[in-house]
Design a protein around this ligand. Structure first.
Ligand code: AHG
Ligand code: MN
Ligand code: MN
Length: 335
């Protein structure tokens, strides 16, 4: 088999990016490689979820009282294990673990990054063969390199993210990540087992026609949000309409589609979840970062998402993100 040299792997891409920064140590590049490795392992299990016993509930609940599926646990262990044994991460925070995990060994203490992740997003969709994903967020430590990481290293506002990304286990498996320099997407080529650059320099269209929200909660939304949704339903052709409603229930997949096609994703506060459902640190902030770098906007309904000062690892927040013009239209109803 001849190798197509036009194909650039994730590793090649991150190494090439380093060339522009003579002072860079390559640590971020190694961290992304580690994340890619864990993603490939999770991908193998996700692909055979219908076949093996790993499918189904683990019979446990996570720290937020939600039912945990077995693949959540598997994915969590893969990401944590790879990062713990790698040399570029001083500690992690995960949806599936109550507190942050500080690796605290000589090699980990010498690394300058910490990582937060939702190991499996959309896990209610596992049993029905619908796209699911992993979301990750990378911060530079504020504590001294050479010492164990601290809580403060994790509780930084999203604006401080060095990189953020997600993996989608879908009709194909993709890894999308953003640094301040841009958003790039890599599709897993199963024939060589590598993520290869397929979506260079992703830009979120300035406007779009897709709105993504759980309509079942409609009557629990604030008046402003309800009015905006009504506006989406009424859009005339002459005014950019008609809009179309799409909601997968795996945020990763909903955000990815809207990032590529243009659209808006909303998970507002509802009566029994006044702070919303989604988690700031490892769901909303990484997606907000990616969307913003791609040219879109993201808020909690009243404030730029990335400027919110976090107070706890698992805190929830309402979340609105997507194409710039659609976000501005939403704001004209809600702010
Ligand atoms: P997780 O599987 O990590 O718990 O996340 C599920 C989240 C998110 O992916 C999705 O957008 C949202 O839950 C769907 O919630 P609703 O079913 O309430 O709409
Ligand atoms: Mn999630
Ligand atoms: Mn999850």
């Amino acid at each position: 088999m001849s190798i197509n040299r036009k194909v650039q792997t994730l590793d090649e891409f991150t190494m090439q990016q380093l060339r522009d920064f003579p002072s860079a140590t390559g640590e971020l590049s190694r961290l992304l490689r580690d994340i890619g490795l864990a993603a490939k392992r999770v991908n193998v299990e996700v692909n055979k979820a219908g076949l093996v016993d790993i499918l189904g509930d683990a019979g446990e609940t996570n720290v937020q009282g939600e039912e945990v599926k077995k693949l959540d646990v598997y994915a969590n262990n893969q990401f944590m294990g790879v990062l713990r044994h790698g040399i570029s991460c001083a500690g992690i925070g995960s949806e599936e673990i109550d507190d942050v995990v500080i690796f605290d060994d000589e090699i980990s203490n010498a690394s300058k990054y910490v990582c937060l992740f939702d190991p499996l997003d959309g896990s209610a969709n596992i049993d029905v063969n619908v796209s699911i994903g992993t979301i990750f967020s990378i911060y530079r430590r504020v504590s001294l390199v050479g010492t164990p990481a601290t809580n403060e290293d994790f509780l930084q506002p999203g604006i401080k993210q060095i990189a953020a990304g997600y993996v989608i286990y879908g009709s194909s498996t993709m890894l999308v990540y953003a640094t301040r320099r841009g958003v790039n997407g890599f599709t897993l080529d199963p024939s060589i087992g590598e993520f290869t650059l397929s979506h260079p320099d992703i830009k979120c269209p300035e406007t779009g026609r897709i709105y993504s929200v759980n309509h079942g909660n409609f009557f629990q939304y604030t008046e402003g949000v309800r009015k905006y949704i009504n506006e989406c339903q009424r859009k005339e052709k002459s005014n950019g309409g008609p809009y179309t409603q799409r909601y997968i229930g795996s945020m990763v997949a909903d955000v990815h589609r809207n990032l590529i096609k243009g659209g808006i994703f909303m998970y507002p506060a509802i009566a029994d979840k006044p702070k919303g459902k989604l988690r700031l640190m490892y769901e909303c902030n990484p997606c907000a970062f990616i969307i913003e770098v791609a040219g879109g906007k993201a808020t909690n309904g009243s404030q730029r998402m990335l400027e919110v000062q976090p107070t706890s690892l698992h805190q929830r927040t309402p979340f609105f993100a997507g194409s710039k013009k659609m976000m501005e239209e939403l704001e004209s109803f809600t702010m």
